[in-house]
Design a protein around this ligand. Structure first.
Ligand SMILES: Cc1cc2nc3c(=O)[nH]c(=O)nc-3n(C[C@H](O)[C@H](O)[C@H](O)COP(=O)(O)OP(=O)(O)OC[C@H]3O[C@@H](n4cnc5c(N)ncnc54)[C@H](O)[C@@H]3O)c2cc1C
Length: 601
């Protein structure tokens, strides 16, 4: 079975076409639904604002004449991505008669994700020397990150099951395959910490670079389901849930090119991914991001699903998590050069007025970056000195960190050398650097987790400038007059704080207070804006096992959700203690939900 895997690297090449196609299909779907709605009405009474949102309006049921096939099963899974494939296999293994709708035609399934699967306590990690993580410590850290907005029971369920899920999903790999899988930030004979804590926020080692193994693993899930008698309806898009008089979900209509399929199912699992390609939903649900935009800026989806599964859940009375976050695109390093060349390194950040504005080492990437979006319009600069490696080594292990164990720093040093040689033109004059920069920003074999950063930066690597004094560096970075004076004073003052080992301005961890004392000094900049999002990570509110909740927070009988169709997981942003927890959570909660749904049959 062949599919398309969208890695961050592949995304660079195919992003325009694929995301345009997905976005177009979303708009077309909404337009079609609006025009074809015969008796369309809001599924539940919401606020005036909600009722004004047409994605919340259910289409009419298909005419009987348009139904080309009816099929019965115990568990129906809608969407065969990361969560859905796992749900289907788990439900089949638990003895349920399963079926699935997948919008893509057979052979054209797009597997999203760069393959970084961040998890804890698998046999795989243990065999590679990664210590066990205490689930209570892990779960509490998660809740701190989300301000307790994520569902505590759900997160604990995930924490307890993600290791077992990893071993289960990759159980067909040989020992040699497993040994060949890189683990981010892990070095042979590692003596350093496996957990880092900055400003009370923790991060752990536990990201498996599953790369080429993920597609076969997900295909294997479908093969298991089929070998148990499961049926997959390819090229069939979940259209609308079928409900009994008491609201119980009893099946689903799927739409094909030839008409509708009706599947009667005791349990239905929505695993249709996020809604980033649906502009209306982005406008309605990403309200914090939208409120933070400067005039003229809008949120953009670089890649994602069209939210159709979430819409189906809403039409059936489901509730959307009001705290709907995104992977990237929110507070992720908030400039038009979203990659930080230094990963999550807590280098000194200076705003357009020449002022420092935050604790650059607050937790991990997204938390670090939050105050940046509220800085004055213009450039934000990152400034460091020639001794950057000490700070690089102090990074948290989470999303976007530079993988010090697997990244060759020679290209960073080459960029720094070119910056110095380039004077006021910085590294931009050196065309050979484009490829060397890719080593730093690529997510592939280097093991770096720079997401869209890897992509965007590959296209537009930041120009690095270098000088022997702060004033010259500031002028190369574009500061002049008062802001240049402030820039120089800011660095001098920062050095004083570092010398006293206490950041009385913004509370940065003393271990990160390393002054800029070793020339040359370096800097690069980006124009402040909220970047484009990869995927949305909020959706239908669910309970700890994955049941979709109604307007009164009661489970809707027969309806489940997993992966990015579900909410209550990440809070305002995808900010995680281990890189790659979006895939891991989709897979784990897919597996958990599949088993739980099968148990209801
Ligand atoms: C370029 C890129 C790189 C990424 N890298 C990583 C990474 O390394 N690690 C990580 O943790 N996360 C990563 N992510 C995020 C990760 O890919 C997603 O969070 C994850 O795929 C979500 O899984 P899911 O199963 O919920 O949805 P998806 O993987 O999006 O799957 C949804 C499936 O449902 C189908 N579908 C949608 N609507 C319908 C419908 N109405 N009817 C039938 N079928 C439908 C779709 O065709 C698709 O097959 C990355 C994202 C991108 C864009």
């Amino acid at each position: 079975m062949s599919s398309n895997v969208i890695t961050r690297r592949g995304f660079l090449v195919g992003a325009g076409t694929i995301s345009a196609a997905i976005a177009m299909s979303a708009d077309a779907a909404i337009a079609a639904e609006r025009s074809s709605t015969k008796e369309g009405k809001p599924a539940s009474k919401g606020s005036v604002e909600q009722e004004a949102s047409s994605w919340r309006i259910a289409p009419a049921d298909p005419d009987d004449d348009d139904v080309i096939e009816t099929y019965d099963c115990d568990v129906l899974v809608i969407g065969l991505g990361q969560a859905g494939s796992c749900a289907l296999r788990a439900a089949a293994e638990a003895g349920a008669r399963v079926a699935a709708f997948e919008a893509a035609e057979e052979g054209n399934r797009v597997i999203m994700g760069g393959g970084q699967v961040g998890h804890i306590n698998s046999q795989f990690l243990a065999e590679r020397g990664v210590p066990k993580v205490d689930v209570v410590e892990f779960m509490n850290d998660w809740q701190v990150r989300s301000n307790n907005r994520s569902n505590p029971g759900l997160i604990m369920n995930y924490a307890k099951n993600c290791g077992a899920c990893f071993d289960w999903l990759f159980d067909q790999l040989t020992d040699d395959d497993k040994k060949s899988m890189q683990i981010r930030c892990l070095t042979d004979g590692m003596t350093g910490p496996f957990m880092k804590e900055l400003s009370g926020i923790k991060s752990w080692i536990g990201t498996a670079m599953t790369g080429d193994f993920i597609e076969p693993a997900l295909d294997h899930c479908l093969d298991v389901a089929k070998s148990e008698g499961g049926r997959i309806f390819w090229g069939t898009k979940g259209y609308k849930l079928i409900q009994g008089g008491d609201g119980t979900v009893t099946g689903v209509w799927g739409k094909t090119d030839d008409g509708f399929v009706r599947v009667n199912a005791a349990q239905t699992i929505l695993a249709t991914g996020g809604y980033g390609a649906n502009e209306q939903m982005r406008n309605d649900l990403l309200w914090e991001i939208n409120q933070l935009q400067e005039p003229g800026q809008t949120s953009k989806a670089m890649m994602d699903q069209d939210g159709s599964g979430i819409c189906m859940g809403v039409w059936a009375g489901g509730r959307v998590d009001p705290c709907s976050g995104t992977m990237d695109g929110g507070y992720w390093y908030p400039t038009d050069k979203p990659v930080d060349l230094l990963g999550a390194t807590a280098a000194l950040w200076i705003n357009a007025d020449g002022k420092r504005y935050s604790n650059e080492g607050f937790g991990s990437t997204e938390l670090q970056a939050m105050p940046g979006v509220k800085q004055p319009s213009g450039d934000i600069c990152t400034v460091f000195d020639s001794d950057i490696e000490t700070l690089l080594a102090a990074q948290p292990y989470g999303h976007m960190a530079l993988d010090m164990a697997n990244t060759d720093l020679a290209s960073l040093h080459a960029t720094m050398d070119a910056a110095y040689a380039g004077g006021e033109n910085g590294s931009a004059g050196n065309t050979e650097l484009d490829s060397s920069n890719n080593d730093i920003t690529d997510d592939g074999a280097s093991g770096n987790d720079n997401a869209a950063g890897g992509i965007v930066a590959s296209m537009t690597p930041p120009t690095v400038y270098a000088a022997d004094d702060f004033e010259t560096l500031g002028s190369y970075l574009g500061y002049e007059g008062e802001s240049l004076d402030t820039f120089v004073k800011t660095i001098e003052h920062y050095n004083e704080l570092c010398a006293q080992d206490k950041d009385t301005d913004f509370g940065k961890d003393p271990s990160l207070m390393i002054g800029l004392t070793k020339p040359p000094y370096y800097g690069y900049k980006g124009t402040k804006q909220i970047g484009a999002l990869m995927v949305t990570v909020g959706g239908l509110l669910i309970d700890a096992d994955g049941r979709v909740l109604d307007q009164k927070y009661n489970a809707i009988p027969g309806l489940w959700a997993a992966g990015n169709a579900s909410g209550g997981r990440f809070g305002w942003q995808y900010f995680t203690s281990i890189a790659g927890q979006s895939l891991s959570m989709a897979q784990t909660m897919g597996m958990v939900t599949g088993k739980a749904a099968a148990a209801q049959k």
